[in-house]
Design a protein around this ligand. Structure first.
Ligand SMILES: Cc1ncc(COP(=O)(O)O)c(C=O)c1O
Length: 387
């Protein structure tokens, strides 16, 4: 069986041994030096000034949106565009926090929002929380340009695209902030975990407060003093003063330790995922039963999983059965068109139909791409992609 996810960590045996030693010797398990070090190393790899570590990618999305509201960058009732093909907890915080989600369809050959699809919604959105799907992107340089021209705030959900590069720039660095997931099976795994990256000091300070109850304990002393002076808080009460709306979505030192054990593998993981992807892509694009993928504009495709999108439902049945018969675990592409999901119908206003996202859902599946795939497994997957 070629499973979607083959291991919990990269270099699993060694990592587990180190983790066991850490647990036996560590004095602190709540968020501390390990988490801080992982943030520093992650920010350096992502080439962003700040990284804030949290307990999941979903929490990263939630506290990013809450922080933008706390800072007044977004206001309740603002309309936020999102990728119709995405994960539920990309959209849910928009609904939960009083924003109006506006679904934007994707292109079938990139699985992502294009400048063309974005332009159809100009005038209907104040911000865009785009998802970079499965390690791919459309013309994100063009998207950033359209957003800048129309005063649309841009943020990226990069939970599926760590390490992909377009125009010399890492995905996750095209907007004001980006989010990452370290759930098992993602590029880097800390079992559960997530990150928010940003360059703004103001957003960073707010994220630190929102992550921990709305208090100021994790801020730099200078910023703490400024807050306390502004609100006339004395030293005695300062530790129990809550400045803005927050949550508790802190990671633990165990997750911090795992993050530090994994982040050094970043380049190796990205390279292997890209290598595997290039083999799949060649076979995939040579088969006219599929829609084909466009990636020529991307410098690096740090592929999360390999999509197979068939030109008809009959072909979808044929290929789905073929992969299953050969012991390949497959699944729907992310979770399909979000606007068709039960929660969306319950809480959000139906917009225009997202035809491509729906088609990808109805006629597509994906199989896993991970660095542990053997040459033999890659060869089998390539054969299965052939006509
Ligand atoms: C695009 C996207 N956003 C957010 C998430 C949520 O991440 P997590 O599972 O770490 O909460 C995922 C999860 O896979 C995702 O694919």
């Amino acid at each position: 069986m070629i499973k979607l996810v083959k291991s919990s960590f990269h270099n699993e045996r060694e990592t587990k041994k180190k983790l066991a030693d850490f647990i036996l010797t560590a004095k602190t398990f709540s968020m501390d030096a390990q988490c801080a070090e992982f943030e520093k190393r992650f920010a350096a790899k992502q080439r962003r000034k700040h990284a804030v570590y949290v307990n999941s990618g979903s929490s990263a999305n939630l506290i990013l949106i809450q922080s933008l509201l706390n800072l007044g960058k977004l206001k309740k009732g603002d309309r936020v565009g999102f990728s119709a093909l995405t994960w539920a907890t990309n959209v849910m915080p928009l609904i939960q926090l009083g924003l109006v989600p506006v679904a934007i369809d994707c292109e079938i050959e990139t699985l992502n929002i294009s400048p063309r699809k974005l332009k159809e919604k100009i005038g209907q959105i104040d911000a865009l929380f785009i998802t970079n799907v499965l390690g791919f992107s459309d013309d994100i340089v063009g998207i950033a340009r359209v957003c800048a021209r129309h005063n649309i705030l841009l943020y990226e959900d990069n939970c599926e695209s760590l390490g992909s590069v377009v125009g010399g720039q890492l995905l996750g660095n095209f907007g004001g902030a980006s989010t990452f997931s370290f759930y098992v099976g993602h590029h880097l795994s800390t079992v559960e975990g997530g990150m928010i990256c940003a360059d703004s000091d103001e957003l960073h300070d707010m994220l630190l407060m929102v992550r921990s109850h709305g208090w100021d304990r994790n801020l730099a002393p200078k910023v703490q003093t400024a807050q306390r002076t502004l609100h006339e808080i004395s030293g005695f009460f300062s530790k129990y003063t809550f400045y803005d709306l927050g949550y508790n979505v802190r990671p633990t030192e165990v997750q911090g330790f795992i993050g530090n054990s994994q982040v050094g593998f970043w380049d190796e993981i990205v390279q292997k995922r890209q290598e595997n992807f290039r083999s799949f892509e060649e076979a995939y694009n040579a088969n006219d039963d599929f829609f084909g993928l466009k990636t020529a504009h991307m410098d690096t495709v740090s592929n999360f999983a390999m999509p197979v999108i068939c030109k008809s439902e009959a072909l979808f049945d044929t290929y789905r059965r073929r992969f299953e018969r050969h012991g390949v675990e497959i699944r729907p592409i992310i979770a399909g068109d979000m606007t068709k999901q039960v929660f969306h119908k319950k809480y959000a206003v139906a917009g225009d139909e997202c035809k491509n996202a729906s088609r990808i859902h109805a006629q597509g599946f994906y199989f896993g791409n991970n660095p542990e795939l053997t040459k033999k497994e890659v060869a089998l997957l390539v054969t299965l992609l052939k006509k």
